[in-house]
Design a protein around this ligand. Structure first.
Ligand SMILES: O=C1C[C@@H](O)[C@H](O)[C@@H](O)C1=O
Ligand SMILES: [Co+2]
Length: 299
């Protein structure tokens, strides 16, 4: 059994309103989103664009609903911009998270990322880093992680992601190997490994000692096949329903939960399933996801 005191459950606002595709869920308000998260039985949330920027205002709205902020995405540009530029933005972001009481920050290297490019097939043309870029990335992550840990008590967790320089198992392994475990941990996202054809169970097993945040994301394999065959972009795939809640796709979650349980994982598991809210009612899917987690883990 996963330890109820140590493992908390969150859900990402991206199922209600998608910051990368603002027309998806534009009618859904911040209040509806966080109220429905609470109603479905989640106590943690990540941060969306509609969330109040003032930490006190946000805290009050969340406390009323028994929800807290557990993480927020941060895009780094360590291999394409001067380190200082990324650090200045990162520090503001981490200060906000620390004020909200979050324990981790989820970082993704977005230099040359194809994730937001509408007409770029997600399975083609991804940037491959050379040795110099690998060094810039890993050195930069260590520096950012040291800053967030030592100044704010927030752990840097790295999010591997489709269309980015760290997408595959080999790229994730290399990033982990060349960063300092003191300062850089992994944000394990089951959906992104499954999407690019990697085995999420192998990846969670290999990196469990350094995983400090988990995204529970599932994929619809028939949609991902279509994305590959029809050379669709990442965002076109999202619209078509490539992602869904855990238990609704082909990812095997039982062995993933078992690895987390055996390692006495402590931290958040966050349901993250961006899809069109007009087709997949966010409250309904949140309730289904919560039920699935309860059935499989006892949480
Ligand atoms: O953690 C994530 C944040 C999103 O913005 C992203 O595109 C999604 O796929 C994801 O895993
Ligand atoms: Co994710």
């Amino acid at each position: 059994m996963l330890n109820k005191e140590k493992v908390k459950l969150g859900i990402a606002p991206i199922a209600w309103t998608n910051d990368d595709l603002p027309d998806l869920g534009k009618e859904n308000t911040f209040e509806q989103c966080v109220s429905e998260m609470a109603l479905a039985g989640f106590t943690g949330s990540e941060v969306g664009n509609k969330y109040p920027k003032d930490p006190e205002v946000l805290k009050k709205a969340l406390e009323l609903r028994g929800v807290e902020i557990c993480n927020a995405w941060f895009s780094t540009f360590l291999i394409s911009k001067p380190y200082e530029e990324t650090e200045a933005e990162f520090e503001k972001h981490v200060a906000f998270l620390a004020a909200m009481g979050a324990k981790v920050v989820g970082v993704s290297e977005q230099s040359y990322s194809t994730q937001g490019i509408q007409d770029q097939p997600v399975f083609e043309g991804k940037h491959e880093m050379d040795d110099r870029e690998w060094d810039l990335l890993c050195t930069g992550l260590n520096r950012l992680g040291k800053l967030s840990k030592e100044k704010y008590g927030v752990a840097l967790t790295f999010h591997h992601h489709m269309g980015t320089v760290v997408q595959s198992a080999a790229e994730t392994d290399r990033m982990m190997e060349h960063t300092d475990p003191e300062y850089v941990s992994l944000l394990f996202d089951s959906g992104h490994f499954a999407y690019c054809g990697e085995n999420p169970v192998e990846m969670v097993t290999k990196h469990i000692k350094r995983i400090k945040h988990v995204h529970l994301k599932d994929i619809r394999p028939e949609v991902v096949k279509k994305v590959r065959e029809e050379k669709m972009s990442f965002l076109a795939g999202v619209r078509a329903g490539a992602f869904t809640i855990p238990g609704d796709g082909c990812v095997e979650f039982e062995p993933i939960f078992k690895v987390l349980e055996d390692a006495a994982y402590e931290g958040y598991m966050v349901v993250e399933a961006e899809q069109d809210p007009a087709k997949a009612n966010p409250l309904e899917y949140a309730i289904r996801a919560r039920k699935f987690i309860a059935e499989k883990t006892g949480l």
